[in-house]
Design a protein around this ligand. Structure first.
Ligand SMILES: *[C@@H]1O[C@H](CO)[C@@H](O)[C@H](O)[C@H]1NC(C)=O
Ligand SMILES: *[C@@H]1O[C@H](CO)[C@@H](O)[C@H](O)[C@H]1NC(C)=O
Ligand SMILES: *[C@@H]1O[C@H](CO)[C@@H](O)[C@H](O)[C@H]1NC(C)=O
Ligand SMILES: *[C@@H]1O[C@H](CO)[C@@H](O)[C@H](O)[C@H]1NC(C)=O
Ligand SMILES: *[C@@H]1O[C@H](CO)[C@@H](O)[C@H](O)[C@H]1NC(C)=O
Length: 419
């Protein structure tokens, strides 16, 4: 009897100590996310370690893996489980929510699994499947999503890549679309098999772990600037619309802390950058058969830069210096395929980034332009450093394409070229 009581007390003490640890360790990071723009390289240990650290560190991290975006969720789980195991995270758990079985997100067993995790990783695929798995038809949260929200508030990190990034927004959620088709045909709230490249969004919105920003992924690499601008402009005054968007590049993460509070801030880590788009001052001329938009402001942040999400105040990494007065080239570059991304030459900066950063590195030019490759109609993107708050910052490497370049408050307009 005594022994039993002793055992019982020890177990209670242990459980209690665990509870204290659990609650003390997690909230210090507070409502944090690590969101990757896709193509996360296996050797990007900086990003993987950030996820593990925010989940409580090695030995403590318990990662729930959500692969509902995949067409093969269990296979996708095995893939991520092996990666996290190789990093030393021994406790990974498959969270069984799925687009094809919506009752899983209502199941108390699923909720219970979620409640014991210190972090969550959302894999890639199709972000619409994540919404089907975790939201009801009328857009309300399932019990599984409510449990995720509770864990997030208590300090569990939310991480994700590609679709696992796009789904985290509280605004309308982007589903698909190519930049030229988006500018040409505008935004649609449901998918049409006959126009597979048109711009489609989910009006129920994403999961809601980030406020006020539409999120997009594989951003510069796939030249998605046109689609994000058009989606913001078309939906900004509707339900769950917003004036702000951020597109995250491949193998690059946005690390957000204090999400959903006035102190919310994001740091960029990894190989490329994140494009912040503000259409709050933008005006659209959408006449019969043409589309013009002006007064868009764009910032591109790279490794080590930070931004306060509430007021878009930017701090560039101390490894960078102001380019003004130290420009390396005489003229800015133009582009004949402004939304071509890095399709043509993966070793160069993606087309939009290349043209934009060249303005800040030019002694003579204050503006440049790039045209869409597709015509009928052809669109022209004009970019300029005009206002006093337009600045380029750089960490010089061995040349234009390897320099790590950021800029803020670049003016952009898009006009349909009349033939
Ligand atoms: C990751 O691997 C690629 C080649 O596969 C290499 O170019 C890159 O430098 C590596 N990055 C790191 C951080 O080791
Ligand atoms: C769907 O999930 C529920 C709840 O976990 C389960 O009882 C049911 O068997 C599942 N249905 C299918 C077809 O897998
Ligand atoms: C939405 O659907 C859920 C169940 O699917 C239901 O419980 C809830 O009351 C509905 N909410 C609204 C506002 O219709
Ligand atoms: C704006 O353009 C879209 C297609 O690009 C069209 O569907 C819509 O009706 C236009 N709106 C106005 C006000 O002309
Ligand atoms: C932006 O917001 C942050 C966080 O609330 C605050 O510390 C900072 O002073 C603000 N910056 C400006 C310029 O208002």
């Amino acid at each position: 009897m005594c022994v039993l009581i002793q055992l019982f007390l020890t177990a209670s003490l242990l459980l209690c100590a665990y509870g204290i640890l659990f609650d003390e360790i997690l909230p210090q990071y507070g409502r944090s996310l690590v969101l990757v723009g896709g193509n996360l390289a296996l050797n990007n240990s900086l990003i993987y370690h950030k996820i593990v650290t925010l989940a409580g560190g090695l030995g403590r991290a318990k990662l729930g893996i959500i692969t509902a975006a995949s067409s093969n969720p269990e296979g996708s789980y095995t893939y991520y489980q092996e990666i996290f195991r190789s990093l030393g995270v021994l406790q990974t758990t498959y969270i069984p929510v799925s687009a094809t079985n919506s009752s899983l997100a209502q199941d108390p067993a699923t909720v219970q699994l979620i409640q014991t995790q210190t972090g969550f990783f959302f894999g890639g695929g199709d972000q619409y499947r994540i919404i089907q798995a975790l939201k009801t038809d009328n857009g309300s949260s399932t019990p599984a999503l409510v449990a995720l929200e509770e864990r997030f508030t208590k300090g569990a990190v939310i991480a994700g890549t590609s679709a696992g990034l796009a789904c985290q927004t509280g605004t309308i959620m982007i589903r698909s679309g190519m930049s030229w088709e988006s500018l040409r045909h505008g935004a649609h709230d449901s998918y049409s098999a006959s126009h597979p490249d048109d711009l489609v969004y989910e009006p129920r919105g994403g999961l809601g772990f980030i406020d006020g920003y539409l999120l997009d992924q594989h951003f510069s690499q796939r030249g998605r600037e046109g689609r994000l601008i058009r989606l913001l402009a078309d939906t900004r005054s509707g339900p769950l619309g917003t004036n702000r968007g951020v597109g995250v590049d491949e193998n690059t993460a946005l690390v957000i802390t204090h999400s959903g509070t006035p102190e919310a801030r994001a740091e960029i880590i990894g190989q490329f950058g994140a494009t912040f788009i503000d259409v709050s001052r933008a005006s659209v001329i959408n006449g019969s058969g043409y589309y013009d938009i002006r007064d868009i402001f764009v910032s591109y942040l790279t490794h080590g830069d930070e931004i306060f999400l509430s007021n878009m105040t930017i701090t560039f990494s101390t490894s960078k210096t102001l380019m003004l007065g130290h420009e390396q080239y005489s003229r800015a570059l133009t582009s004949a395929d402004i939304f071509g991304g890095s399709r043509r030459n993966p070793d160069r900066k993606p087309e939009f980034v290349r043209a934009a950063t060249s303005i800040f590195d030019s002694r003579l030019d204050r503006s440049t332009y790039g045209d869409t490759k597709k015509s009928n109609p052809r669109f022209r993107v004009t970019m300029a450093r005009t206002g006093h708050d337009a600045e380029g910052w750089v960490e010089r490497r061995s040349g234009f394409h390897s320099d790590i370049t950021s800029y803020k408050n670049m003016y952009v307009e898009i006009n349909e070229l009349k033939v």
